[in-house]
Design a protein around this ligand. Structure first.
Ligand SMILES: [Zn+2]
Length: 442
């Protein structure tokens, strides 16, 4: 067994959390009436998430997971069960190539440039316009390690208080949410230097650094905004953005998105990831305004231009008409008369009888935390395919390593015939999630 685990995904077993939709951070269970909900559940709308804690992963592994509808909050990695959740969350991305400076965006940059007294420039590209902001003697963007500082925390506290009405911010909460990350990348002085001189380099051959970074916006030596970014091989992912409420008038959120698109372009990266998109969440509409935005299709992992996705007026679901499986609930539950569900039920019975793998039906999932995952979840490997693989006598997770935290010992997962039901379920669920090549802490 190799002693070098730096490139290994080190995680806890995945779990399934079912909570009332009042816990949903997007709708807070406040959608007006049941027809506004787009989950399959008719009456009880829930907040359903698959999550796990990650101790270590490479930025490349996270990139793959991001393009599989995962997001992270600190070291907590999660994806929503889009079939049962009150809100449907799909990864949204755009590219700097498709981004056009609209009148509104131009106005935003101009207004801020005027405020910080940046020298005026005309008729140029959006990244040049953003670069020009740093020609103000009073304003600068400064990259730092994603470390805690009192200054950052005070900004966070003011932002949460004023913008999110959240008055319980703590230093440890800030650190867990916006500083902690599973990448453990070291940022060298030379990398930091290159990052901080990005505007002088019109096109890097390769991004100067991959990993989590804080970008601080300073005006007259005061921290007025902070962007938390994951710089990944396929693009820049915006983790969070906070700003001083006193500067609300300057639309710093908009400015930061244009700025991050400029960075994506200068770093020679393809995509700018804006987190999740929820079509019926007003707060998310702005995300569709930056160039040609695309949504991740959970099943095929292809991206579909937002413009090609159409709304179904009757039940407010949106579907892609050319046979995509984006937001699949109507296909699962209506169009195919439940064939997919019936197939999964049949496979679940055999999996339990022959292999001791428990995949309970939906009504077995009460509110709380579960070791099992539901039978049908968009984006996970189907139970039918899992069963067929076992019937072909393929090994379930041949590269899975188990770390026993009680005795500090590592061992290779022995396969479905030699391990107990509990560990087999962990291996099974990790495989469904595409995470079987990992070290799992048991
Ligand atoms: Zn919701």
């Amino acid at each position: 067994m190799s002693a070098n685990f730096a490139n290994k995904l080190i995680i806890t077993p995945p779990f399934y959390i079912k909570e009332p939709s009042t816990k949903c951070g997007y709708c807070h269970g406040k959608k007006d009436n049941t027809s506004d909900f787009i989950s399959i559940a008719e009456e009880n709308h829930n907040n359903c998430t698959i999550g796990l804690h990650s101790e270590n992963m490479t930025i490349k592994q996270y990139d793959t997971l991001c393009n599989n509808n995962f997001r992270r909050s600190g070291t907590f990695l999660y994806k929503v069960d889009n079939l049962r959740n009150c809100c449907r969350l799909n990864t949204i991305r755009t590219s700097p190539n498709s981004f056009k400076l609209t009148k509104e965006f131009k106005k935003t940059i101009k207004r801020f440039a005027k405020f910080i007294e940046a020298p005026p420039i005309v008729n140029t590209s959006f990244d040049e316009l953003i670069c020009n902001l740093t020609n103000s003697k009073d304003f600068n963007f400064i990259f730092t390690k994603p470390d805690f500082s009192k200054e950052k925390f005070e900004l966070f506290k003011r932002f949460q208080d004023s913008i999110h009405n959240d008055h319980d911010s703590t230093e440890s909460g800030f650190k867990r949410f916006l500083c902690d990350n599973p990448f453990h990348n070291t940022l060298s002085y030379s990398q930091l230097n290159q990052l901080n001189n990005w505007q002088k380099n019109s096109n890097f051959k390769v991004a100067p650094y991959f990993g989590t970074i804080h970008e601080c916006y300073y005006y007259k030596d005061n921290l007025i905004a902070l962007a938390v970014l994951d710089i990944m091989p396929s693009g820049i992912s915006s983790v969070y953005f906070i700003y001083d409420p006193d500067y609300k008038h300057y639309s710093l959120g908009k400015l930061s998105a244009i700025h991050e698109l400029a960075l994506t372009k200068r770093f020679g990266l393809d995509w700018y990831y804006m987190g999740y998109y929820i079509h019926d969440c007003i707060k998310m509409c702005y995300k569709s305004a930056y160039g040609q935005a695309e949504l991740l299709d959970l099943k095929t992992h292809a991206y579909i231009p937002l413009d090609d996705i159409t709304y179904n007026d009757r039940n407010k679901l949106f579907t892609y008409e050319k046979g995509s499986t984006i937001n699949q609930a109507p296909i699962f539950y209506n169009n195919l008369n439940g064939t997919i569900i019936a197939e999964a039920d049949e496979s679940a019975t055999i999996l339990e009888e022959e292999y001791g793998i428990q995949c309970p039906p939906d009504d077995a999932f009460n509110e709380g935390v579960h070791n099992s995952l539901p039978r049908v979840v968009p984006g996970l490997i189907d139970l039918k395919d899992m069963l067929e693989s076992l019937e072909r006598e393929e090994e379930l997770a041949p590269s899975l390593i188990l770390y026993d935290s009680d005795n500090g010992r590592l061992r290779i997962y022995g396969g479905i015939d030699r391990e107990g039901d509990e560990l087999n379920l962990v291996a099974f669920n990790l495989k469904r999630l595409g995470m079987e090549d990992s070290i799992v802490i048991i």
